[in-house]
Design a protein around this ligand. Structure first.
Ligand SMILES: [Zn+2]
Length: 390
């Protein structure tokens, strides 16, 4: 940082003004001055630039009060678009949002290959189509963020995706070689907790997000920022050992948490016990409604193992908000109450434990929100609009 550097200060002020406009949705120049403490002349010059760049627009407030109607500023949503992608096993989800964070379209595509080059080809084709489709807007497609269900290092290289068996892939460069586009790669558990903060818990600065699926991942927010660790791999809590000398894990250790508390464990145990070739969330909901004893047994066991890992996580991070993203716990009555009842240790202290409302959309919502934050170069974004969550 260079103290007293005019250009630097100008950039900081611009970022602060943009952040307040995003946060408030509609705000007048006078209100920005009041909140930020910046003087009116500075705001006026900066806003003139933003209007020129078509990033911000003016609207005259409805005539419902006596006196002058203030001119309100808001983000020019249609000036550009962002693309959030969840690259999962057997399917890819694409979400387009405008610069105000409104979701414009969501498409899920089934993929029938795990071969890196073939998935790369599909991604390049799809991103190229979206880029073309939104090219008539002022800025076009400004940024794309791809969430992957594996470890991503600080240089955005994919270190390992277990389900796809991909290691050391430079997906970012491989796509950028084919299309002229700004692209980022991020872990989906990180994107999910980012979405929870942006859309649901903007006032919570210390958060833990646990995502249960075929494995267990975690996203950590400390003092309002994502915690990624030295190389970028923080949050690989599925491989926390909860059972000394337990079942062997493909990571090389044994007794890892996800061998006992991933959702896939419940599905395979129940399929075997009930002798059913397949099961989905709806089937389990029905089995629970019918009070099937074996289903209750497996679910209670699952909840105890979840609680053991959560106890360890809570003791490590003392979170204000702990969010569990699990479709399976959503179909189980009183899941949170049972987990809370298991967390009886006097040193296991947290603010609140909740189930995620964002569910499987959390990662693409997080990807879009992060892309918008990067595009505007602001410290944080907050989208409080309810329709985004629908
Ligand atoms: Zn492991």
């Amino acid at each position: 940082m260079v103290i007293g550097d005019g250009a630097y200060i100008k950039k900081i002020n611009r970022s602060l003004i943009l952040q307040k406009i995003i946060e408030h949705e509609f705000i007048s120049r006078a209100e920005i001055a009041k909140i930020t403490g910046l003087n009116k002349a500075t705001i006026s010059v900066q806003v003139a630039d933003l209007l020129n760049e078509k990033l911000v627009q003016e609207t005259q407030q409805e005539h419902n009060t006596v006196g002058r109607r203030p001119i309100m500023l808001s983000i020019n949503g249609n000036a550009g678009y962002v693309l959030g992608i969840d690259l999962d096993f057997k399917e890819i989800k694409f979400q387009i949002a405008d610069l105000q964070g409104n979701i414009v379209e969501v498409n899920t595509m089934a993929i029938h290959t795990e071969v890196y080059e073939e998935v790369l080809y599909i991604l390049v084709e799809e991103i190229r189509n979206y880029k073309e489709k939104y090219s008539t807007s002022h800025y076009g497609l400004v940024q794309t963020i791809i969430g992957v269900h594996g470890t991503v290092n600080n240089d955005e290289w994919i270190q390992f995706i277990p389900r796809l068996q991909w290691s050391n892939k430079d997906l970012k460069s491989d796509i950028e070689r084919e299309i002229d586009i700004d692209i980022s790669i991020e872990n989906t558990a990180n994107l999910s907790i980012f979405a929870e903060r942006v859309y649901k818990y903007p006032d919570s600065d210390n958060m833990l997000g646990i995502v249960l699926g075929s494995g267990i991942g975690a996203g950590i927010i400390n003092d309002g920022k994502l915690v990624k660790g030295h190389d970028g791999y923080a949050g690989e809590i599925g491989h926390m050992i909860i059972f000394p000398f337990g079942q062997e894990c493909r990571c090389g250790n044994s007794g890892c948490w996800e061998l006992y508390a991933a959702e896939s464990v419940v599905f395979s145990q129940l399929m075997e016990k009930l002798d059913r070739p397949s099961l989905n969330y709806h089937d389990i909901k029905q089995l629970l409604a019918a009070e099937d004893p074996e289903t209750y047994d497996v679910m209670r066991n699952f909840i105890s193992y979840i609680s053991i890992g959560l106890n360890n996580m809570i003791n490590s991070y003392n979170p204000e908000t702990l969010i569990i993203n699990s479709e399976l716990l959503k179909v189980y009555p009183n899941a949170i109450e049972e987990i809370v009842a298991n967390l009886q240790s006097s040193v296991c202290v947290y603010g609140q434990i909740v189930l995620s409302d964002l569910g499987k959309d959390a990662s693409v919502l997080g990807a879009s929100a992060l892309a918008i934050q990067n595009f505007f170069e602001v410290k944080e974004v907050v989208f409080s609009r309810e329709e985004v969550l629908a």
